[in-house]
Design a protein around this ligand. Structure first.
Ligand code: AMP
Length: 467
């Protein structure tokens, strides 16, 4: 399938060529034709699938075909609601890129920055408004935002908007829109609340479903380090000695944790910046820009701040903490390995996080390969039960303090989870970089996934490369 076959107009095709998009992703193939035909869409997909272009491209095409401007003024004809400011800004960037050869105007309205410029934007008029719910409500209440002409509504990452408590704001905004409109609804997960929202908002929608959340992990090369909480920073610093890790998004559970990590990395002369809710919008955007342009190697983020952030060429995701919600793990590692490319996800697991690991492995239906050989092995503080799988595998203790008795610790006997056969899984043609863990160290790549206990080739081979 090609973009031409999707009946996209030539100014859009030209813009896609400029973006180096050669062919549509599955969600684009599925969603673009019905959106162009005016249908409502219920998309079950997460970031990384190309869903932004899946809705933006047909919206741009529909709006440019019909340039109706009451009194010669641009009016908001499409409203895109997103949970986070970063995501809104990113969608707006994409919108500008895809629409660069069209005569359409878009603008972003988010909190955390001065309202004045946004008032001016609204006064000037625009075709597409990309907004987070809170600030939009403020501007609506003050009479600045007129939504009476909206023909196409997009709710992006609706589940996250719900999680973040935006449901009432969303409903208040939607109440101001014309009832006769096209609605495109995207959500990565389908809790009951989402289902009832879909029922109430969409008319005879076309359902577009891409990679259920539990399987996105497939194309990403994952590994796990058992490590004490206090040794996580030293271990991260050690891992970062590998210069091939050019850009890593690091997740922490808390904002304070993110700041602590950044301080530690900075002391160790590793460039890092934090991005989280306590930072001003300008600071967050600067951190993101520095990361995107390569002047910062590590971006340390909390889940909410990182959700939906679109970073090209992101080779690594590092989880300092394992999330207690297993789906969050899938979302996090989905920051790498985008648009069908492979990536690398490294996770640290302290003793208290072992139950989280079990839940994650259950969800992704695979064992995350364990890196046995590293300088900060977990010191067991209490005996833990020997898991059935480890016992079955007859795994020899590695003698390096890796917890043998934990639920998720299955190193090489990992039920076949590890080897997905893309040992050299370098994301998007990055040369040596990414696969260092994979090429030598990834358990699967070394034949370690055999359950034989003989995985010496596994991660043993890793360290010299990095050092
Ligand atoms: P999204 O799921 O919208 O966050 O998109 C994930 C990434 O894929 C972004 O970096 C997009 O720029 C990129 N992308 C989207 N569509 C395509 C495509 N058809 N070909 C290549 N890259 C794409």
């Amino acid at each position: 399938m090609t973009f031409e076959q999707l009946q996209l107009i030539s100014p859009i095709l030209k813009a896609l060529t400029k973006e180096n998009y050669t062919e549509p992703t599955p969600i684009q193939t599925q969603a673009i034709p019905p959106v162009l035909a005016g249908r409502d869409i219920f998309g079950c997909a997460q970031t990384g699938t190309g869903k932004t272009a899946a809705f933006l491209l047909p919206i741009l095409q529909l709006l440019s075909a019909k340039q109706d401007r009451p009194n010669g003024k641009r009016v908001i004809r499409s409203l895109i609601l997103t949970p986070t400011r970063e995501l809104a800004i990113q969608i707006a960037d994409n919108c500008k890129a895809y629409g660069r050869f069209l005569n359409l105007r878009s603008a972003v309205i988010v909190g955390g920055v001065s309202q004045r410029a946004q008032e001016q934007d609204l006064a000037q008029g625009m075709d597409i408004l990309i907004a987070t719910p809170g600030r939009l409500i403020d501007l609506m209440n003050q009479g600045f935002a007129d939504l009476r002409h909206v023909q196409i509504l997009v709710l992006d990452e609706a589940d996250r908007m719900l999680d973040m408590g935006f449901i009432h704001d969303m409903k208040r905004i939607i109440a101001k829109l014309p009832a006769k409109r096209q609605t495109l609804f995207f959500s990565a997960t389908l809790p009951n609340e989402i289902k009832s929202l879909v029922d109430s908002l969409l008319t005879n929608p076309v359902k577009v479903e891409i990679t259920p959340v539990s399987t996105t992990a497939e194309r990403i090369q994952q590994s796990l380090y058992y490590v004490d909480k206090t040794n996580k920073l030293p271990l991260l610093i050690d891992i970062m000695q590998d210069k091939s890790i050019t850009s890593a998004l690091v997740f922490t559970r808390t904002k304070r944790g993110a700041d602590r990590i950044v301080r530690g990395l900075t002391k160790a002369n590793i460039t890092a910046q934090a991005i989280h809710g306590d930072k001003s919008q300008t600071a967050r955007q600067t951190a993101l820009n520095n990361f995107k342009n390569g002047s910062t190697r590590l971006l340390v983020a909390t889940d909410i701040a990182a959700r939906g952030i679109d970073i090209d060429e992101l080779s690594h995701v590092i989880n300092i903490n394992l999330p207690n919600i297993p789906e969050t793990y899938v979302h996090r590692i989905g920051r790498t390995g985008r648009a069908g490319l492979s990536g690398i996800a490294i996770s640290f697991c302290e003793h208290e996080e072992i139950p989280f690991l079990k839940d994650i492995e259950k969800l992704i239906k695979q064992r995350i390969p364990v890196i046995q050989d590293h300088p900060y092995p977990l010191t067991m503080t209490e005996p833990a039960p020997v898991p059935a799988m480890a016992a079955k595998a007859g795994r020899a203790p590695s003698g390096n303090g890796t917890p043998r008795g934990n639920g998720g610790g299955a190193p090489r006997g990992n039920g076949g989870g590890a080897p997905r056969g893309n040992g050299g899984g370098a994301p998007r043609g990055k040369s040596a970089g990414a696969p260092r863990v994979g090429a030598s160290g990834r358990e699967g790549g070394s034949g370690a996934g055999t359950g034989s206990g003989g995985s010496k080739g596994g991660f043993r081979g890793r360290r010299p490369v990095g050092k």
